[in-house]
Ligand binder design. Structure first.
Ligand code: SAH
Length: 346
């Protein structure tokens, strides 16, 4: 069955022709799906009943079910647990900022990258998400909150560059002027550093923001925290980042989760500023969020600030991420795929 919400407008026109329908119907259908964010064919009242029935029989219509929504008492962040058609569960997060609302979407069910501090990878990866399933996280949240969503970060469960084609299609659909039309400059894709796919991405002529999860200033420390470093060394990664900047002209963001007593020493800051010197980038410091399976502790507030100052002194732009939704396990690295029946309080 054709996954109709994953088709771009041209593909949809071809599809409609293929089933013997007028191509202009594709525009109406696309508008219902990607602008009005309809939940089913039945809502599409300017399509004939016959056509709606035909579509129901010939294609699948992805629409996520809200299994649970938790709202943070601290900052109003909302974490959604969604069910997919095959029964898998994924999480997404809605964040309110002064300058607009953001949604953090998942790109896979689980993750196979194995980063030591992250909950999303604990049970491995189950499968990739389709473009429609990534999109519908945003549509469902938009419908549920009634709020305008202006920024998207692909930083939920999963490694987006391990699901390259679907994530790329998602970005194109999301930023399509006939769809939700979210500017690519308001879309951020975060990767643990799959070097060949960073190179591929640099040739796609996109305006998106690329964030690199670095978390260490040298190869040895990075290997301890992130298994991907065994495949692509930190030097290869930085070289790929330089090529990315040269080809796209887009400033890079490096995410650095500060783990107390592991990667938060003065020497780490100094080594990091050397590693990144000359690169057009900003470092985003994140005090590591605790997860129950690991005993990593976050750096103190003072340590985080000192680390930032040390980077800035060496001409590296550094910001401290305001963590949102920690009380609902909605912060970075706290999203997970397994919701044991006991844990899931409906
Ligand atoms: N796989 C992608 C995107 C998902 S993770 C990536 O690796 O970038 C989003 C960000 O949260 C990454 O920078 C990740 O390293 C970070 N992160 C994971 N676990 C964390 C934790 N426990 N505390 C703080 N940040 C964490």
């Amino acid at each position: 069955m054709t996954d109709i919400k994953s088709l771009d407008l041209n593909e949809l026109k071809e599809y409609m022709k293929g089933i013997g329908e007028a191509p202009f119907r594709a525009g109406q259908l696309y508008d219902w799906m990607h602008v009005k964010m309809a939940r089913s064919f039945d809502e599409m009242t300017n399509l004939s009943k016959n056509l709606r029935e035909k579509l129901k029989n010939e294609c699948s219509f992805v629409s996520l079910g809200i299994e649970r929504m938790q709202e943070s008492k601290i900052d109003g962040t909302r974490k959604y647990l969604f069910s997919l058609a095959d029964g898998n569960l994924i999480e997404s997060v809605f964040m309110k900022y002064k300058f607009g609302n953001s949604v953090c979407v998942s790109s896979q069910v689980g993750c196979r990258m194995g980063c030591r501090f992250c909950a999303s990878t604990i049970d491995g990866v189950e499968r990739n998400l389709e473009p429609s399933e990534i999109l519908d996280q945003i549509y469902a949240i938009s419908r549920d909150t009634g709020e305008k969503i202006s920024r998207i970060v692909v930083m939920g469960s999963g490694e987006p560059l391990d699901n390259y084609d679907n994530v790329l299609k998602f970005v194109k659909l999301l930023s399509d002027k006939n769809g939700l039309n979210i500017g690519q400059r308001n879309i951020t894709v975060s990767t643990c550093g799959i070097v060949p796919n960073i190179d591929r991405l640099s040739d796609e002529k996109l305006q998106i923001n690329l964030a690199i999860s670095l978390h260490a200033s040298n190869q040895e420390k990075r290997q301890q925290l992130m298994p991907i470093a065994n495949k692509y060394s930190i030097d290869e990664l930085i070289e790929a980042c330089k090529r990315y900047f040269d080809r796209t002209g887009r400033q890079l963001t490096f995410e650095y989760s500060l783990v107390g007593g592991v990667n938060d020493f003065d020497e780490d800051a100094d080594e990091l500023s050397q590693l990144l010197s000359g690169l057009n980038c900003v470092v985003n410091l994140i005090p590591v969020n605790p997860i129950k399976e690991r005993d990593f502790v976050e750096s103190t507030k003072e340590r985080v600030r000192d680390f930032q100052k040390r980077l800035e002194k060496r001409n590296i732009n550094a910001t401290i991420r305001r963590e949102m939704g920690r009380d609902i396990d909605g912060a970075c690295g706290q999203l997970r795929r397994r919701h044991l029946s006991g844990e899931l309080k409906l």
